[in-house]
Design a protein around this ligand. Structure first.
Ligand SMILES: NC(=O)c1ccc[n+]([C@@H]2O[C@H](COP(=O)([O-])OP(=O)(O)OC[C@H]3O[C@@H](n4cnc5c(N)ncnc54)[C@H](O)[C@@H]3O)[C@@H](O)[C@H]2O)c1
Length: 270
């Protein structure tokens, strides 16, 4: 441990169970000396085990639906009060598509479902930042990170409308990141993570085949949730102060691959 986040305060969205990327990030942030508030949607709290994580990391839990401005305002007010000052880091680790959940094919999208998934997975990031911005709740040189996936740039059919949501999320990071950077000296980035076996990940059709394919395509293999937590901590630390408006691939090299030898081996006829 390096004390990279000593004295820093934050909010971590999206820890559902111990597989969640946000869960691992909270554990690492605690190890690195940060104090933070954990939050998740009220419904997820009942299903998940967030209280266990809160106890382990000595943190409080404040429920908030990330699509509700009222909930977010309450969260930010209470978090700054509990933590005793403005925030240095925020992790947005939230994703959900109703079309994916209900197995509606992309070409048959139910647009009420599309709108709900877009609000939860993408617009919520704008809402979180807008509440932080208006309340002036971030310290200078603070860091805001959201998690995304490469389907924002390239076609992965089974990712369905989450691909569109991620493209929108990444654009919000740049657009809001401009204002947060120039007005408040706060950086905003997205981390584009490898497929990872979590509740959200496993909801995607054909996930097992896909994770195995990505593993064979990536020169360093897939990045795990634990490794994603490590990378996120580096972005919350003072070692990355001038990194902003970026979509940062954390995927063992997958995003720059055309084909790998081990994938070719399936197709080469002797
Ligand atoms: N698992 C993967 O393969 C993978 C790959 C790349 C990016 N990501 C992204 O990482 C992030 C975290 O997902 P994960 O894989 O850890 O899965 P996860 O299921 O553990 O986390 C998703 C979280 O979103 C929360 N959430 C859903 N609706 C919400 C709402 N209205 N308000 C507040 N929170 C809400 C859920 O309760 C849950 O905690 C997501 O943005 C996901 O798209 C995941």
């Amino acid at each position: 441990m390096y004390n990279l986040l000593k004295g820093k305060r934050g909010i971590i969205f999206g820890a559902l169970d111990e597989n969640s990327i946000a869960w691992k990030t909270a554990e690492r942030a605690h190890e690195e000396g940060a104090t933070f508030v954990l939050t998740n949607a009220p419904i997820a709290m009942r299903m998940g085990q967030i209280d266990k994580l809160a106890e382990k990391t000595n943190s409080e839990v404040i429920p908030a639906d990330a699509t509700s401005i009222e909930d977010l305002e309450n969260l930010v007010e209470k978090a700054t009060e509990i933590l005793g000052g403005k925030l240095d880091f925020v992790l947005h680790s939230i994703g959900m598509s109703v079309n994916v959940r209900k197995k509606v094919p992309y070409t048959e999208s139910n647009y009420d479902f599309t709108a709900k998934g877009w609000d939860v997975s993408a617009v919520s990031f704008h809402k979180v930042m807008s509440v932080l911005y208006k309340k002036d709740a971030m310290n200078e040189w603070g860091s805001i990170v959201a998690l995304t996936y490469m389907a924002a740039q390239r076609v992965f059919p089974d990712y369905n409308d989450m691909a569109d949501n991620k493209a929108y999320l990444e654009s919000i990071a740049r657009s809001f990141g401009y204002y947060f950077g120039s007005d408040k000296k706060v950086r905003v980035n997205t981390i584009s993570q490898s497929p990872t076996p979590t509740t959200a990940g496993q909801g995607v059709k054909g996930f097992d085949g896909f994770i195995a394919y990505a593993e064979k395509m990536s020169p360093l293999g897939n990045a795990t949730a634990q490794e994603c937590a490590d990378y996120t901590i580096s972005l919350f630390s003072d070692l990355t102060k001038k990194v902003t408006l970026q979509n940062l691939f954390h995927d063992g090299g997958f995003s720059n691959m055309g084909v790998s030898q081990s994938v070719m081996e399936y197709f080469i006829k002797e």
